[in-house]
Design a protein around this ligand. Structure first.
Ligand code: ZN
Length: 403
């Protein structure tokens, strides 16, 4: 049902996966977050130090069910944590905050770990019995601490680690060397969009000839953050044969459910690279036997259905499909889809550099609801009974309201 809503002054910012990100009113000489003279607080979100304490508490409360491990270091030396719970054969890997200004996913993952690790409910027990759930909360902690999209790393640091790149004609195309991007000034504090640094060839070694690259070409694993995720993915593949499901938790700008004036609470997607079995995806032909678009669509539907089941006329019904027909092999989702994982993108309303912690409770609940839809559907096998074609009935996203 169409409802009248006030349109806020936030304006429309680009979809998260796009790098054509217009900046909002920014006067942040010191890197502080300002917009229309308003500072957007993020203190209600869990920072890195708080997350470590919470993870340790969750591990302790779980009586051995949750195993915590430091699996890597960010470029500035912050620990990247992996938490694992469950003993089932189905492997579900979820990461959050690959973009540091997209914070609800971490909150949702901590709540999920607490519940699955400690609850004696039949639901939690079923999840533990059927699957091995692995989460990488706040996997790009330097960006998280800066509340910005890019990590904290210079091209010179990359070349120091990969001397063969000294002869590259230009730095990576996803390198933010200077200027303001999403209200953050990278001048003097450059960084990379880590979510363009993945490569479907999990053993890829960086070569100068592959730079600067482009959005429709694979990344290089030049950042320690993407390297950490690659190692976790490879180790799960070695242990289980495959990673059945990979979910990446993001935020986007403000959009509308197509044909309505309803502000999108969250967008979903299964589509990050062209199907290798189609002419458009021919360049990915070597991955054709892995790629399972149908399963990814079913997983997205499981999340969508769980959110719709909350009830009519709630913000949780305002769910749309993210941009389709993308070709982004440098994203974690694109690379892992080509390696055979069913893949799901969550794009929650409002990056934290524009929305701060407003609507935090509602948005975290939306993420959790979608995650439980997927996890329970995988645990009891019902996800494979969903009609993948229904994915196409999820409403599209619009940058303007239909008044
Ligand atoms: Zn993002």
């Amino acid at each position: 049902m169409k409802r009248k809503k006030w349109i806020t002054g936030l304006g429309v910012v680009a979809l998260c996966a796009s790098l054509a990100t217009p900046t909002l009113a920014a006067n942040s000489s010191n890197g502080n977050l300002t917009n229309d003279n308003q500072v957007y607080s993020i203190q209600g979100f869990t920072d890195h130090a708080e997350m470590v304490k919470r993870l340790q508490q969750i591990e302790k409360n779980s009586q051995g069910r949750v195993a915590l491990e430091v699996v890597g270091q960010s470029n500035r030396g912050r620990a990247v944590y992996k938490a694992r719970v469950g003993n089932g054969k189905k492997v579900v890997l979820i990461e959050s905050e690959i973009h540091g200004n997209e914070k609800t996913g971490t909150e949702a993952l901590l709540n999920l770990l607490q519940y699955v690790g400690s609850s004696n409910s039949p639901e939690a027990k079923k999840i533990r019995d059927e699957m091995t759930l692995v989460v990488l909360p706040k996997m790009n902690p330097d960006a998280s601490e800066l509340n910005r999209r890019g990590n904290d790393m210079s091209w010179a640091e990359v070349v120091a680690k990969f001397p063969q790149l000294a002869s590259a004609s230009k730095p990576a195309w996803n390198y933010y060397a200077s200027g303001v991007i999403q209200e953050r000034d990278y001048t003097g504090k450059p960084g990379f969009d880590v979510n363009r640094d993945f490569n479907p060839d999990l053993n890829y070694v960086p070569k100068a000839a592959d730079f600067p690259g482009a959005s429709n070409k694979p990344g290089w694993y030049i950042t320690p953050e993407s390297q950490t995720v690659r190692e976790v993915y490879k180790s799960l593949k070695a242990e289980f044969g495959k990673v059945d499901v990979f979910i990446d938790l993001h935020h986007q700008g403000q959009y509308y459910v197509e044909g309505t004036d309803d502000i999108v609470t969250m967008s979903l997607s299964a589509d990050f690279v062209p199907d290798p079995r189609t002419p458009r995806g021919a360049k990915y032909a070597q991955y054709a036997s892995n790629y399972n678009f149908e399963f990814s669509k079913q997983l997205n539907l499981a999340a969508y259905n769980a959110l719709q089941s909350i009830g009519q006329n709630s913000p949780f019904n305002n769910i749309s499909l993210y941009s389709q027909n993308l070709d982004l092999p440098g994203t974690a989702l694109g690379s892992f889809a080509l390696n055979g994982s069913g893949t799901v993108l969550f794009e929650v309303r409002g990056q934290t550099h524009t929305l701060g912690q407003k609507k935090k409770g509602q948005l975290v609940k939306a993420v959790e609801t979608g995650l439980y839809g997927i996890i329970n559907g995988v645990a009891d096998g019902s996800v494979t009974q969903l009609n993948a074609d229904d994915y196409n009935n999820i409403p599209r996203t619009s940058s303007t309201p239909s008044l």
